[in-house]
Design a protein around this ligand. Structure first.
Ligand code: HEM
Length: 129
């Protein structure tokens, strides 16, 4: 595979690791009601990283000619991504009670795990025997 592919793949995997780490960290701060959650870098860095994650994903899709609504696993990943974003904003911002936020945070982590498993198996229903 091409050098552009390897670099994009490494960027994709690196930004995935960072987005997960930042989401877990912010979840702990949310549970502790820490003011760190409002720190300037915390409101900027995750968005920058997530933009790179999305851009690397779109570039990989174009480069490998696999597209959402064409390739089932990518459709599933994209729908899961939307769900992950919605759950994430409930967990870190919009949830009204602590319970709602924690439930949304846990659900978001499950959806994230689903996305990783779908990406690795290239199968949206990898859990079906
Ligand atoms: C949080 C969001 C995401 C996660 C957790 C994630 C996870 C992964 C992982 C783990 C892989 C590597 C699979 C492997 O080769 O073993 C991968 C590859 C890939 N991702 Fe993502 N991804 C995300 C977002 C996206 C988005 C938004 C797109 C594009 C719309 C995308 C497109 C791709 C493509 C096309 C590949 C495979 C390239 C190839 O065939 O080697 N990803 N993703």
């Amino acid at each position: 595979m091409s050098m552009a592919y390897s670099l994009l793949k490494q960027l994709h995997l690196g930004t995935i690791a960072l987005t997960l780490a930042l989401f877990v960290l912010r979840g702990f701060w949310m549970m502790q009601k820490s003011p760190q959650l409002q720190a300037r870098w915390v409101r900027i860095v995750p968005h920058l990283n997530d933009s790179l994650l999305l851009a690397s994903g779109i570039s990989l899709a174009v480069l490998t000619r696999q597209y959402p609504l064409v390739n089932g696993w990518l459709s599933a990943k994209l729908f899961a991504l939307i769900l992950y974003i919605v759950l994430g904003t409930i967990a870190l911002k919009r949830g009204r009670t602590g319970g709602q936020r924690i439930a949304a945070w846990l659900a978001a982590l499950l959806v994230f795990g689903y996305m990783v498993a779908v990406a690795i198996t290239r199968d949206p229903a990898f859990f079906v025997l």
